[in-house]
Design a protein around this ligand. Structure first.
Ligand code: ADP
Ligand code: ZN
Length: 721
């Protein structure tokens, strides 16, 4: 090739053409550095006919500067980048940036210095140094990491380096990972599991596109079963990607993976350190990485040799990215498998209605695990009608649930209370004047967090100390908490069961993998009697002694008019119920509700999943909602309210009039102010036959806005705020 077209990693620029200097070898997919004015840009060499650009005469072309020392981005992945940008109406560059997710990795091999104890002693052994030495026994890491491990300053450790107590070790940043082995610890599968595993193993061997819905009740051994397919990919020297919804889930998963395969998988998520990130990226791109377990962003990495994709807990809404490229990793995973020609497994006990519909239409192959492993029974489910069983003022736990909690504590068994609300109370007001504490940046109430002694906004992260007197009327000590959050429920448990050991589990208390591991270890060691948690505890955990699950307010998710409210309530309650009775002791689930007659609550009580899905399918069909029709949202925002409103109106005024696309709005978004930006929404509901993306693209291309206005498009939206 003597000239090339580049997709450059800058969304503001279109494709650019360059000359290839003599002696430089490039091919489609090569990652290169090119001059741009006085600066440099990174780009990927693309097929010219797939990336139209204004043609530049040969003589005007500037030469490429370098080809980077990474494998070229493969054609299959280039097609996925194009598809994702097209489907989600995003720029190619913003999708490609998710592929080139480590700037460091592009810079080629590198060494770094780590430190470890040399065996020598410091000149003066202060208690602090003594403690540091003990903490660092057997550790090797950078000074900064060691300081974190030992809980001392970096300065103290530098002193130890100068005295020779810590010695430097040069390590290859991209040193190889421990190898996993397919046959490390085999598991005897039961008959159902064998049937499913055999089908998945066969699909890995066939190595062609095959989407599966692995539909199995909680505790049926879905993980155990897809591990067999993963083992097959390991044997064939092909890579596996396992997508998990939450970082909290990862730690339990990792240790389980390690005991099955003898080495931990490679982990990928947004809070990796840059050295870990580049090491993982290079191993993935070279093919050395065998198994990657990651959050949704792991989906776009440049796997050299992918053989299998698993999306575990595939119904989870955290697979939907809500900023930048607003993609759904579950759906893009299927597309990646399609382009690469591989099996993809969507595993869930409560599949998304869309996924079930694909299975029922024969597009996905459905594999079913109907019962829990080892004869564990599914829990008994009881409703508590809160209208008849009122918990009393300032209390949220009704009498039958109280009694059940007391009973479990007496028997030495564990209980779990579920409420999807972080903090102490969702609303704080002044007892004297009724002033409500609101976020200055968002149209949202501030949530009181007693554990951290803050009032916090759950949308933008704004925090303040609780005021000593009312901001409005000046009355001292006047704050009243309205409604419950998990912290308040934990207080109520402490009143009912003063001797119980209670753990609050939310993203506030379980924010890191270490804390998650600590919690799991304590729960397994029976050092916790009652867990009070948000949706973070609804999945993944397996505590054999946990026999009671209480749902504090099953109606909470049904309020708010969200399109998928019923489905989400069903999934959350069914998942949290699935934590009960996973060992040999039977489980019991108590659901507190004011609407026992609501179809979703009745279906939960009856344990009749099919009835729920049928009713929900009918109502979606009626509403033209997914999977029968499609939704899209256009969100217009600006720091100035008038500017935002005018931009939204301009878009509204130029709307196309079509038979197969209904356009609603613009209207102020439910969160009308978010992070200091005023927001307006338009909602589109399209028939399946409509080319929704083309309609939106053509429409928005015609409207011009001042620079402060942002227009975001959300295809297949999950969030309706
Ligand atoms: P799911 O993913 O469907 O919730 P898991 O794979 O987590 O189910 O299995 C639930 C529990 O049962 C786990 O502790 C798992 O180790 C155990 N288990 C499942 N199948 C087997 C098996 N064939 N042999 C031994 N233990 C199993
Ligand atoms: Zn806020």
């Amino acid at each position: 090739m003597s000239r090339v077209r580049l997709l450059v990693m800058n969304a503001a620029l279109g494709p650019l053409d360059y000359r290839v200097p003599d002696g430089m070898a490039v091919q489609h997919g090569s990652v290169v550095v090119a001059p741009l004015g006085p600066r440099q840009v990174t780009g990927i060499v693309w097929e010219e006919d797939r990336l139209p650009a204004q043609s530049v005469p040969e003589a005007k072309l500037r030469p490429l500067l370098a080809v980077l020392d990474v494998p070229p981005i493969r054609a299959e992945l280039r097609r996925l980048i194009e598809w994702t940008a097209d489907y989600y109406i995003a720029s190619l560059a913003s999708v490609a940036r998710m592929v080139i997710a480590s700037g460091g990795a592009l810079r080629g091999p590198a060494m770094m210095t780590e430190y470890r104890l040399s065996g020598g002693l410091p000149e003066r052994l202060t208690p602090q140094r003594q403690a540091a030495l003990e903490a660092l026994e057997g550790e090797q890491a950078t000074i900064r990491e060691l300081a974190g491990i030992a809980g001392v300053s970096e300065g103290l450790l530098r002193g130890l380096v100068n005295q020779g107590v810590l010695e430097p070790v040069e390590v290859d940043v991209d040193r190889p990972y421990p190898r996993a082995s397919a046959g490390h610890a085999m598991v005897d599968l039961n008959t159902d599991q064998q049937r499913v595993a055999a089908r998945l193993v066969e699909a890995v061997r066939e190595a062609k596109f095959a989407p599966f819905l692995l539909d199995g009740v909680t505790g049926s051994g879905k993980t155990e079963t897809y591990f067999e397919a993963l083992a097959e990919a390991l044997k064939a020297n092909r890579q596996t990607l396992v997508l998990l919804p939450e970082i909290a889930l990862t730690e339990a998963f990792l240790s389980r993976f390690e005991s099955r395969f003898g080495a931990a998988p490679i982990v990928w998520h947004s809070s990796l350190k840059s050295t870990e990130r580049r090491r993982a990226w290079r191993a993935i791109a070279s093919g050395e990485a065998q198994v990657v377990v990651g959050a949704r962003s792991a989906l776009f990495l440049p796997y050299a040799n992918l053989g299998l994709i698993v999306v575990d807990e595939a119904h989870e809404i955290s697979f939907k990215q809500e900023d930048g490229v607003r993609y759904n990793a579950r759906d893009v995973a299927v597309m990646r498998a399609h382009f690469e020609g591989l099996p993809v497994v969507l595993a869930s006990a409560t599949p998304a209605l869309e996924s079930l519909h694909m299975a029922d239409s024969g597009i996905y192959e459905k594999l079913v695990l109907p019962s829990r492993y080892g004869g564990a029974e599914l829990p008994v489910i009881k409703l508590i009608n809160l209208i008849e069983e009122q918990p009393g003022r300032g209390a949220w736990i009704a009498a039958p649930l109280r009694t059940a909690l007391e009973d479990r504590l007496a028997k030495g068994e564990q209980s779990l209370l579920f409420l999807n609300r972080r903090g102490y109370a969702p609303l704080t007001l002044c007892r004297n004047c009724g002033h409500r504490y609101q976020c200055p940046n968002c149209s949202a109430w501030l949530v009181e967090h007693r554990l951290s002694k803050r009032l916090a906004c759950h949308h933008c992260g704004h925090e303040t100390a609780p005021p000593e007197k009312c901001a409005e009327c000046g009355e001292p000590d006047c704050l009243v908490a309205c409604g419950p959050g998990v912290e308040r429920i934990a207080d109520e448990v402490a009143e009912i069961l003063p001797e119980a050991r209670v753990a609050v589990v939310t993203s506030d208390t379980l924010g890191s993998p270490e804390k998650a591991a600590e919690f799991v270890a304590m729960a397994e060691a029976k050092a916790i009697d009652v867990i009070v948690g948000t949706q973070l505890v609804t999945k993944g955990f397996h505590f054999p002694e946990l026999t009671l699950v209480g749902v504090i307010d099953a109606d909470l998710g049904l309020e708010g008019g969200d399109l998928r409210a019923a489905e989400r309530t069903y999934q959350q309650v069914a998942q949290v119920a699935g934590r009960a009775g996973r060992g040999s002791k039977p489980g019991e689930v108590m659901i507190q509700t004011r609407h026992p007659e609501a179809p979703v609550i009745a279906a939960l009580e009856a344990g009749d999943r099919d009835a729920f899905y049928e009713a929900e399918t009918e109502s979606r069909r009626h509403a033209g909602a997914p999977p029968f029709g499609r939704w899209a949202a256009i969100v217009v925002s600006a720091e100035d309210d008038r500017e935002a409103r005018e931009a939204a109106n301009r878009i509204g005024d130029t709307r196309p009039h079509l038979d197969d696309v209904m356009i609603l709005g613009p209207a102020p978004a439910p969160l009308a102010l978010l992070r200091n930006r005023y927001r307006y929404r338009l909602l589109l509901n399209a028939k399946r036959t409509a080319n929704l993306q083309a309609v939106i693209r053509d429409w928005l291309a015609k409207v011009q806005h001042p620079p402060g206005v942002r227009v975001g498009v959300d295809i297949d939206p999950y969030s309706f705020v």
